[in-house]
Design a protein around this ligand. Structure first.
Ligand SMILES: [Zn+2]
Length: 445
């Protein structure tokens, strides 16, 4: 009942101009929102316990009686992890008939995580995203061009679902060469451009050199961005670049920035967020529970992203509370211009190339414009560096077509650094992938 009412409010809000829509949504009392969340959560939990093989077995083994649970935090130390999803396979999570699936690849393992959805869910997530885009100023009169990668990735589908509500002109370019995109975009002169951050940065370099047209905003999803690079994009187009943060498992719609760009507004209509293992500043791993999924609900899913919940209201006036910027990832996966890379990627590239027992470490930096992946490899003979680099590039081209494609699009630089044997390992455990960009990301605009 409450869910239906809120759905009606969402639909009405979509027809109003953004200021009035914000006031309408802001008028929903917090207690109503929380009651709706609790009702949706209880329904989700019962569904999972009854129909999902994975959850039924987990709850049975742990003696969890779901009829007594009112909020995810009452589930103690029970969590769902990406590893569960990978090991068990998405089908063991299913609670209903799936209409579609998306995959997330290149994490800490070559095995993809698969997430299943229904068309109704796609429509619902599209409606919430349409609202967020309306608040950023997207209207029916805009012309939108997207360079999102359509291969197995959920975001292009969510965007299309959102545009069913906005009804603006839309051209789907796919993730093509930024220069090719620029030249073809001249025909349409899109007022809004969508793409991955590193791709958008490269497009901005081209616009800087060749000239920009009037753009209302740019919108990036899929990875984080250094604030210096974001500022360069803003300057090139004289328009703001907004970031969205999602995960395939969450249907790509966890949260989105508002015009203030101070944290992400979270999607409290579709998720309950918690933070696990918090430090003294409140930072910990973001954990979410889905509230409106019938096909593959997730209970306390560990996102592996370290952030904090921001309860204080945002100056933009939007009712939805916020999540801070991502500080780090708990696993060693790094999302950068190269793609989603984890230790296994570099291990594969270096297998049989580096001498037996030689250590290696990948360090991801940002030179202020683009990401730089420095692959440090221990070698007996540092004069072999150039030869090593050639082999690494050849391996990358042969075995990781997507990562190579991003390299050819100049979304990142790859450098091989030769190190002396025994120089990389200071402790017992060597961190294989190190993300050094976070200091830069925390800089204020
Ligand atoms: Zn805001």
């Amino acid at each position: 009942m409450l869910s239906k009412t809120i759905e009606q409010v969402e639909r009405v809000a979509l027809r109003l101009e953004p200021g009035r829509a914000k006031r309408l949504l802001g008028a929903i009392p917090n207690s109503t929102l929380e009651a709706m969340q609790r009702a949706r959560f209880r329904r989700t939990l019962r569904l999972a316990a009854e129909r999902s093989r994975f959850y039924r077995e987990q709850f049975r083994r742990r003696g969890i009686d779901v009829s007594r649970v009112e909020h995810p935090s009452e589930l103690g130390d029970f969590y769902t992890t990406g590893e569960d999803l990978r090991a068990q396979g998405g089908h063991n999570f299913l609670t209903g008939r799936a209409d579609t699936a998306y995959e997330t690849t290149g994490t800490t393992s070559p095995v993809p995580k698969r997430a299943f959805f229904s068309r109704r869910e796609l429509d619902e997530v599209g409606r919430v995203c349409a609202l967020a885009l309306r608040f950023l100023g997207l209207t029916r009169d805009d012309k939108l061009m997207s360079a999102f990668d359509c291969s197995f990735w959920v975001s292009p589908a969510v965007l299309r679902a959102a545009l069913q509500y906005i009804k603006c002109f839309h051209v789907e370019a796919g993730k093509i060469e930024p220069l090719d995109f620029y030249e073809r975009a001249l025909e349409y002169r899109p007022s809004v451009i969508f793409g991955e951050p590193s791709w958008i940065v490269r497009l901005a370099e081209i616009a800087d050199a060749r000239g920009a047209w009037p753009v209302k905003f740019l919108f990036a999803g899929g990875e984080d961005i250094a604030e210096t690079a974001r500022a360069a994009v803003d300057r090139a187009w004289d328009a703001p670049l907004y970031l969205n943060y999602g995960q395939t498992e969450a249907f790509g719609a966890l949260r989105v920035e508002c015009a203030r760009r101070d944290g992400y507004h979270r999607n409290d209509l579709n998720f309950i967020f918690e933070v696990a293992d918090t430090d003294e500043e409140g930072y910990g791993e973001l954990v979410y529970t889905t509230l409106n999924r019938d096909v593959m609900p997730l209970i306390r899913y560990r996102s592996t992203d370290v952030t904090r919940l921001m309860e204080e209201p945002c100056a933009c006036g939007l009712f939805a509370r916020r999540i801070g910027k991502i500080r780090a990832r708990c696993d060693e996966m790094v999302v950068c211009g190269m793609g989603n890379v984890g230790p296994w990627v570099f291990a594969e590239i270096l297998s049989g190339v580096a001498a037996a027992g030689a250590d290696w470490q990948a360090v991801v930096k940002n030179d202020g414009r683009r990401d730089v992946v420095e692959l440090h490899v221990e070698t007996e003979d540092p004069s072999r560096r150039a030869e090593l680099e050639l082999t690494v590039r050849a391996r990358l081209r042969e075995r990781f077509a997507d990562f190579w494609k991003n390299h050819e699009m100049r979304l990142y630089d790859l450098e091989v650094v030769a190190c002396a044997r025994g120089s990389l390992r200071a402790g017992r455990k060597l961190r294989r992938v190190v993300d050094e960009r976070h200091m830069l990301m925390r800089q204020v605009i």
